[in-house]
Design a protein. Structure first.
Lengths: 112, 111
């Protein structure tokens, strides 16, 4: 186990709704990244937070947003859910830029 | 665009044999590569990493080889066990914040 936890484990939403996913980073880790993994594919980078600031973003629309808190835990918010948002959402933390990223178990989101 | 890719989507190996999983990358500026293992219903698990100033790195039963000339990365698993059955991803560290993953290789271990 990596020490990275995510909640909830599973979630079902309907199109147009909003969702918030949560991540607690491993102790001592100040950097959190979020990834989306569609079925049968590799994870795709959404964004990264370092010391409470977003410092990198992948090719995802603005309706994907996030926060990082002073204890380095993080949230991923997705507005106006679409069917294609159905995926496994992964959180990864690391002790600093350039260090290894360790993943949590993920939150499986199903949008109906 | 530049991306990391794996040569084969599936690999079937006899228990006890050695496994070799290959990966090609296209970003010559990448300086850090990681192999992850993902079991069904779980998040990716770190296996081993290598930086661009190295050609080879060994761990417990695993070895990663990096050939920068042809932009090729491989993961070797010695004495493959049933617990090694999983999807294996290589990932390339880009711009110090983003990991770029390939589609993965599914390894199935035959008893």
């Amino acid at each position: 186990e990596t020490g990275v936890t995510q909640s909830p484990t599973h979630l079902i939403k309907t199109r147009g709704q909003q969702v918030t996913l949560r991540c607690s980073s491993q102790s001592g880790h100040n950097t959190v990244s979020w990834y989306q993994q569609a079925l049968g594919q590799g994870p795709q980078f959404i964004f990264q937070y370092y010391r409470e600031e977003e410092n990198g973003r992948g090719n995802f629309p603005p309706r994907f947003s996030g926060l990082q808190f002073p204890n380095y835990s993080s949230e991923l918010n997705v507005n106006a859910l679409e069917l294609d948002d159905s995926a496994l959402y992964l959180c990864a933390s690391r002790s600093g830029l350039g260090e290894t990223q360790y993943f949590g178990p993920g939150t499986r989101l199903l949008v109906l | 665009g530049e991306s990391v890719g794996l040569h084969l989507p599936t690999l079937s190996v006899q228990e006890g044999d050695n496994s070799i999983i290959n990966c090609a990358y296209s970003n010559s500026a990448s300086d850090y590569f990681i192999w992850y293992k993902q079991e069904s219903g779980k998040g990716p698990q770190f296996i081993i990493d290598i930086r661009s100033n190295m050609d080879k790195r060994q761990g417990q039963r695993v070895t990663v080889l990096l050939n920068k000339t042809v932009k090729h990365l491989s993961l070797q698993i010695a004495a493959t066990q049933p617990g090694d059955s999983a999807v294996y991803f290589c990932a390339e560290n880009l711009n110090d914040y983003k990991l770029s993953f390939g589609a993965g290789t599914t390894v199935t271990v035959r008893a």
